[in-house]
Design a protein. Sequence first.
Length: 352
Amino acid sequence: MSREENGILKCVGVIGAGVFGSTIANLLSKNADQVILFSRRKSFVDQINRGDMGPHLRYPDKIKATNSAEELTERCNLLFPVLPSVNFLEVMTLFSPHLRPSHIMIHGTKGLDVKGMSEGEILHAKISRKTVRTMSELIKEETNVLRVGCLSGPNLAKEILAGQPTATVIASDFEEVVKIGQKALTSDQFFVFGSKDMVGAELAGALKNIIALGSGLLSGLNYGKNMQAMLITRGLREIIYFGKAMGSSSHAFLGTAGIGDIIATCTSEKSRNFQVGKRLGSGETLEEILQNMDEVAEGIRTLKIARQLSKQYDIHVPITKMLYDVVFENYDIKRAIHFLMRYPFAPDVDFL
């Protein structure tokens, strides 16, 4: 281990104290001397620092909490932002005055940002690659951090918290970021692959949530595995088309961050996006579902962005369009599925 790697693991910071942020904190605590978890909720910070870890955190001797961006950035050079995409810009703006070019950031957010637009505007705006940012692009544009990476792959938090093994991908333009991230996270439970295609890994992580919504919707309608398999495979094709239009090759979508994450998210009852789709298919409205959800389902927001991007790039993505119409235009679900079954699809594999 290099001197920088050894020093960086003395104290590692996690920005965001949701279920996945807590999961990452647990994983880091196996290798780091100390993990500091940032939350804006002072009551939560006080609870953790009293030694009350709550339902998700472990290792009270290693995990502490703070609501000070200045304290976190002073004590930790390696930072893992794990935030909902809708809050990412706000939190990076808070952290920006305290960040240095020497910091390393590896984010775990599976969503997209749209520059200068409110959530309501996204539904009807003209969106292009110039206005859509991945989280790594947002970090580089809004802070002075240079070494950035992303965490992507089949990472269902509840399974990891239960001690079940899985693998993930850390992607970065910098090989040292991948190596440091691997040192920080690798354990008997958690295997970390490396990738240089950061845009591809980020897009795969964000866009697969759309297909998870559709897979859950089919489950809510009591459709079987045949339909689910068709949706997943045709959905993968649409994700790859989006990726190519936004500057990535198809390779990232065929690996752990792509197919691996798609299978996990689109077939598991533990997936938030799958659950939202299932509840829609069972007859609940989107408003009813969102009112009693503890954690954000990124697929809802990503679906808005992807639909507008498909218009801009003139991409033929019938599954994305069908899901958008069902979720946001109150289109009849069974009519939408009937439309999909009759849609004149292109050749089975035309993206390689």
